[in-house]
Design a binder for this molecule. Structure first.
Ligand SMILES: Cc1cc2nc3c(=O)[nH]c(=O)nc-3n(C[C@H](O)[C@H](O)[C@H](O)COP(=O)(O)OP(=O)(O)OC[C@H]3O[C@@H](n4cnc5c(N)ncnc54)[C@H](O)[C@@H]3O)c2cc1C
Length: 511
């Protein structure tokens, strides 16, 4: 029988597009089916407010793999990244602040001048960065390869000085590590960041932290704010994939994945159209793929059980606003700061705050201790808003997947007010600057992006769900593969799961 394609990719997120590119580059006929009218998944640009554009989900390009950028010729297809240095302005409720630069010595110097810190905090920062660069390098080594087991990594590192670093990642919590490096609670919290992979006092949390510290290895030109929003990445990916012959259909919601034992693999779209291909590659999250989309009798019970038991506890909020001018953060700025310094501001007051926030989320309470990453990308990118106006995105962790009392819609107004009140502590005029606003709750992220439980990395990035603990691209369902953030190495905009899934398929096809 003639198939519609060699491979059908279900979902046009950045990993689906990346996989499609590598498969088409190897000469295969690939169709990508995306349910929305735009490709990109959570890495998109949208006009949430008339005349203003922003990335309503992902908003920072920090660990997108250089190999993917180069292979897919993303820059030649329009990608432009405004480098972000300082990477962040950290502001604290007690009026203190420091900037985190790509040069650790420069950051250490700022820390040493911040009231309340000692030379030990500045030295601690340099040790901290050295440790995480080594830890991240271990991760990086396996990023574009099949997922290793922990035992495999141990064996690989047996004769290396990094063995000790890896053991530390497995046996020490992030909190312990931070307390070992810093005396100042603010510097410690800033160094840890919005660690939304679980409790920072859990043993093994350092393994998860290492994934996000991969940004320390990112080349300066590949780290920052994407011109035109994160859709700049996925539009370039789509353009590049099309030049390889990939057919992309948008507005194509896959309702059912059919994998009959001796029949033809196919998908049925909303509207009834059926398309067939010997290989189906799902960019949808694992729970959607196996618990909702795939023929129930095609999924072996033990595998279904594995998928059901994957955790999706880490939820977050995204608040967006149009500003009629820059908010007044002047009490945190220095004489040599310019507007660009407001591109990324982080409010993570103390390690205790991080713990309390996580604890609230785990008991179903919209957190009383919001951790906020505020981005005003229009200070770097004039294409997003009319002159003089700005767009602002605030990512707020941690949050419960479902509030214990009331629904997200019922608590929406209170939560929006809490975010604005919290911002007001740092920028007193923020309320007057906001002319339009919008909040994405975990329910909104789930509905809009088709991410189960609003989990922005498809499943938690907890230590047990990394490396071989994440799902493999190969599944026990014949002809059905996975390429999304729920597979190795994990979430964020990296291109790695898409790249790795394509390599697994090509290897199975003997190419
Ligand atoms: C609020 C938020 C903030 C974030 N911030 C950052 C950040 O700053 N930096 C960063 O690197 N990462 C960030 N992330 C994480 C990052 O965006 C994700 O981990 C990444 O997008 C995952 O990519 P993916 O291609 O695997 O999946 P997705 O982006 O989820 O794409 C999956 C695609 O499949 C489609 N799909 C699903 N089901 C079907 C179906 N049945 N039929 C057809 N199509 C379907 C979806 O519509 C979607 O387009 C953020 C995510 C969110 C939500």
């Amino acid at each position: 029988m003639t198939h519609d394609a060699d491979i059908i990719v279900i979902g046009g997120g950045h990993n689906g597009l990346t996989a499609a590119w590598y498969l088409a580059d190897a000469g295969l006929r690939v169709i990508v089916l995306e349910r929305r009218e735009i490709v990109g998944g959570a890495a998109v640009t949208e006009e949430l407010f008339d005349g203003y554009r922003l990335g309503p989900c992902a908003y920072l390009c920090h660990i997108l793999k250089r190999r993917v950028i180069n292979d897919m010729a993303l820059r030649e297809n329009g990608l432009h990244i405004f480098p972000l240095d300082p990477a962040s302005l950290f502001v604290f409720p007690d009026g203190r602040s420091f900037r985190m630069w790509t040069d650790p010595e420069r950051t250490a110097a700022e820390i040493s001048h911040m009231p309340g810190t000692t030379g030990a905090d500045a030295d601690g920062y340099l040790r901290w960065i050295r440790f995480w660069k080594r830890a991240a390098s271990i991760f990086d080594h396996y990023f574009l390869k099949p997922a290793p087991t922990i035992e495999r990594i141990r064996a690989d590192l047996a004769d290396s000085s990094d063995f000790e670093v890896f053991e530390t990642m497995l046996t020490v919590s992030v909190r312990e590590l931070a307390e070992d490096h810093f005396g100042d609670p603010g510097v410690a919290a800033a160094a840890v960041g919005t660690a939304d992979y679980g409790a920072i006092s859990e043993v093994g949390s350092a393994l998860s932290q290492a994934y996000f510290k991969m940004s320390l290895l990112q080349a300066e030109e590949d780290f920052g704010i994407v011109r035109g929003g994160m859709g700049g990445i996925t539009q370039a990916m789509a353009a590049s994939a099309i030049t390889k012959g990939v057919e992309i259909k948008t507005g194509a919601l896959v309702e059912q994945i059919h994998v009959p034992p001796d029949g033809v693999n196919s998908v049925t779209l909303a509207g009834g159209e059926t398309l067939s291909a010997p290989i189906l590659l799902s960019n949808a999250d694992p729970k959607s793929t196996f618990l909702c989309l795939t023929d129930a009798d095609a999924v072996p019970d033990d595998y279904r059980h594995v998928v059901e038991s994957l955790t999706t506890r880490s939820a977050s909020l995204k608040f967006h606003a149009v500003l009629d001018g820059l908010p007044d953060f002047t009490s945190y700025l220095r004489h040599d700061d310019d507007e660009a310094g407001l591109a990324m501001i982080r409010m993570i007051p103390a390690l205790d705050h991080i713990e309390l926030s996580w604890n609230d989320a785990m008991i179903g309470r919209p957190t009383r201790y919001p951790l906020m990453q505020v981005q005003i990308p229009s200070v770097l990118d004039p294409t997003l808003a009319p002159a003089g106006h700005h767009v602002m995105s605030v990512w707020v962790t941690y949050q419960p997947v479902t509030p214990a009392a009331g629904s997200w819609d019922e608590v929406r107004t209170n939560v929006e007010e809490q975010i604005i009140a919290e911002l007001e502590r740092y920028a007193p005029d923020i309320r007057d600057r906001i002319v339009q606003q919008d909040l994405f709750t975990p329910d909104d992220i789930s509905d809009r992006m088709a991410m189960t439980d609003g989990n922005i990395r498809h499943i938690d990035m907890s230590p047990d769900q990394l490396f071989a603990g994440r799902l493999d691209h190969r599944t026990p369902v014949p002809g059905l593969y996975l390429c999304g953030a729920g597979t190795h190495p994990g979430g964020e905009v990296t291109g790695a799961p898409g790249h790795n899934a394509a390599q697994a398929i090509l290897s199975d096809l003997g190419r």
